[in-house]
Design a protein around this ligand. Structure first.
Ligand SMILES: [Zn+2]
Ligand SMILES: [Zn+2]
Length: 386
């Protein structure tokens, strides 16, 4: 592993920032202390600081002569999880925890700020460092874009520490890397009645049973088998007692896909199946389909930039990331400008089992921070070569 020399100089500081953030995790759009720490850390660098952006976000713009403009992004928020850890840097905010690694993302990007400030003779242009709130389900990226955070940027890059890969590796892949994750709410409306007289009722539980099975035919029979999609009904409620025919059943779940076309297919077929099953049994089925994050799709040329930048840090250990049907709001930036979202392996070597993100004992190998910061620095140097 070849940490960029300017990042190596900042290594201790990057780890200390990460640990301070880890001790004071804050939920989406409540990252006030986090933003304060970021603004203080930026004081030592020649950047123009905008805060607040998107309520609790920070944008630092580093100008260095004429040239293109790129955006580098880190998310800032933590999760409502009680940390189970004996680490000295354990969460001091009861019930809140940096269980996804966003503390590390902020620390890596602050390290890149200082390194790129010291490397001004090697690049020309503008770098916008985006410290974004509320990635965990609250679409902070949308607020950032609405507040102009991306203005002027011709490309955007972001990273996720990734405990599904060993530290010392970087996952880079063109095309979709994270899924669209939409929410589905269904109400089956029948007509209640006596268990002895089904002919006088419309049994919502029986209809829901058919619907539940028919919905799974969408992925198995309507989606191209070479595409990825998943529909999961996570909640089903209805009924009153052993001799009562239920009038209403409520279902809730998620629909996920990598490609926008597949996502539209899921939405359309969900509507058709609900309508059709309802008509078949004389029930009325109401479907509410709520868009979550869109798919995160990497541009091919920008992915090549990241692959080369990462190759100079970890050599041969640049591979394809472990894929996930999870969602990520980096997707919104990548719909506006070409860019790449990459994965910095962070699982300690030999860890078995690997501790997944969003787990109460999540932690990562801090050696990944220098790797991630170095990749960001190399990306900027390549995109903005003097
Ligand atoms: Zn997360
Ligand atoms: Zn995350």
């Amino acid at each position: 592993v070849k940490i960029h020399p300017k990042v190596a100089e900042e290594a201790a500081r990057i780890v200390s920032i990460r640990r301070r953030l880890h001790q004071q995790p804050e939920l989406s759009f409540q990252e006030h202390g986090t933003a304060k720490l970021i603004v203080e850390e930026l004081r030592g660098a020649r950047v123009d600081v905008r805060h607040p952006v998107a309520r609790t976000g920070v944008v630092a713009t580093m100008q260095n002569g004429d040239g293109p403009c790129i955006a580098l992004r880190a998310d800032m928020d933590a999760l409502p999880i009680t940390e189970s850890s004996n680490a000295p840097y354990k969460s001091q905010n009861e019930g809140v925890m940096h269980a996804c690694g966003h503390d590390g993302h902020v620390a890596m990007l602050l390290g890149a700020v200082r390194a790129l400030d010291a490397l001004r003779s090697e690049w020309r242009g503008t770098i916008k460092f985006l410290f974004q709130p509320a990635e965990e389900g609250h679409a902070g990226a949308v607020s950032m874009i609405e507040d102009g955070a991306l203005e002027g940027a011709a490309a955007a890059f972001g990273a996720h520490l990734w405990n599904f890969q060993d530290v010392g590796t970087v996952g880079v892949r063109a095309g979709p890397v994270m899924a669209a994750a939409d929410r589905v709410t269904i109400n089956v409306r029948g007509r209640g009645g006596h268990g002895a007289a089904p002919h006088q009722a419309v049994d919502a539980i029986m209809v829901a049973g058919h619907l539940l099975v028919a919905l799974q035919s969408i992925v198995s029979r309507s989606v191209d088998p070479l595409d990825s999609a998943v529909i999961s009904i996570g909640e089903l409620r209805g009924g009153y007692g052993y001799n009562i025919i239920a009038d209403d059943v409520f279902l809730r779940g998620t629909a996920r896909a990598y490609r926008e076309e597949v996502r539209q297919l899921l939405r359309r077929r969900l509507g058709e199946v609900c309508e059709g099953v309802g008509r078949t049994f004389g029930a009325k089925i109401e479907l509410e389909y709520r868009d979550g994050y869109p798919p995160t799709v990497n541009d091919a040329a920008m992915t090549d930039v990241v692959r080369r930048a990462a190759g100079r840090v970890v050599g041969e250990a640049v591979g394809e990331p472990y894929m996930s049907m999870g969602g990520e709001d980096m997707a919104y930036y990548l719909r506006r400008v070409p860019g790449c979202f990459f994965f910095v392996g962070s699982s300690p070597l030999g860890a078995s089992p690997r501790i997944p993100h969003h787990h109460p004992s999540f932690d990562f190998d801090e050696a990944a921070l220098g790797i991630g910061a170095s990749v960001f620095v190399n990306i900027a140097l390549d995109m903005l070569r003097a």
